[in-house]
Design a protein around this ligand. Structure first.
Ligand code: NAD
Length: 253
């Protein structure tokens, strides 16, 4: 469908779920991929499954919540591939369910450290490179939770709303410098994260959510990857600062 020959794509949280599906789609479309994850062994496994050559698929360990690790990770990608054409900032964690009055500072800091500050750090160092290159595309992973509220999920929703603020601000800053910045807002996508929620006593809630989805099914990670590739391609060359819901129509409810 898309041709990313000679392009370099960096994907955070690339070892699992939505990130892994996007890594596979970029690679299939001809891109060289940097698979960035805090879980090195899963990132290495993903890289090995794609290619025996680290010149084509590179696994890099990085906790996006640690700005110094992000700076080093971006510089490692540039050392290996010479540039960053596309960055999909996708690494994320769920919050512990708690109503606002009971949520803890530790959980707020953990969730926002990864989902919001981690996103900001990644954008910061990626944009330094893209600014120098004079071109680039960034796609950030927000959520349906970045557009609506969620009971007992305030810390996660706050971070995902914040991602859209970062996206629009950077899109404005770089619109006339050949750098586009957009976001995807997945609905319910069946990944290890969703599996983990189901196993931690939320299976009924997830099934209830599926009955609310106009398409009456959860999404597949590859359906998010398809939209990320479109947003990363010239087919969306006049699109910037947007958040695209990929949720089977759930946002309409
Ligand atoms: P997942 O748990 O399958 O994958 C997340 C990946 O991110 C894992 O490989 C994990 O190791 C990595 N990661 C976690 N913390 C990290 C850190 N600090 N530094 C680097 N890597 C880290 O989850 P997923 O469902 O594929 O989620 C991917 C993104 O999509 C997340 O941002 C999530 O919030 C968002 N999202 C998911 C859904 C869904 O229904 N699955 C819905 C909306 C948004």
């Amino acid at each position: 469908q898309f041709n990313f020959q000679d392009k370099v794509a960096l994907v955070t949280g690339g070892a699992s779920g939505i990130g892994l599906a996007t890594v596979q789609a970029f690679f299939k479309a001809g891109a060289k991929v940097a698979i960035v994850d805090c879980d090195l062994s899963r990132a290495e496994l993903a890289a090995r499954e794609l290619s025996s050559s680290s010149d084509k698929a590179l696994a890099i360990q990085c906790d996006v919540a640690a700005p110094e690790e992000v700076e080093r990770m971006v510089s490692d990608v540039i050392k290996t591939f010479g540039k960053i054409d596309i960055a999909f900032n996708n690494a994320g964690v769920q919050n512990q369910l708690a109503e606002t009055a009971d949520a803890t500072v530790e959980d707020f800091d953990r969730v926002n450290g990864v989902n919001l500050r981690g996103m900001w750090s990644c954008m910061k160092y990626e944009l330094r490179q893209m600014r120098e290159q004079g071109e680039g595309v960034i796609v950030n992973c927000s959520s349906l939770g970045g557009l609506v509220g969620g009971a007992e999920r305030g810390t996660y929703h706050a971070a995902k709303h914040g991602v859209l603020g970062l996206t629009k601000s950077a899109a404005l800053e770089y619109a006339d410098r050949n750098i586009r910045v957009n976001a995807v807002c997945p609905g319910l996508i069946w990944t290890p994260m969703a599996e983990q929620m189901a196993e931690s006593g939320q299976r009924e809630a997830l099934e209830g959510m599926i009955s609310q989805i106009p398409m009456k099914r959860h999404g597949d990670a590859s359906e998010i990857a398809d939209v990320v590739l479109w947003l990363s391609s010239d087919a969306s060359s006049y699109v910037t600062g947007q958040s695209i819901s990929v949720d089977g129509g759930l946002i309409m409810r």
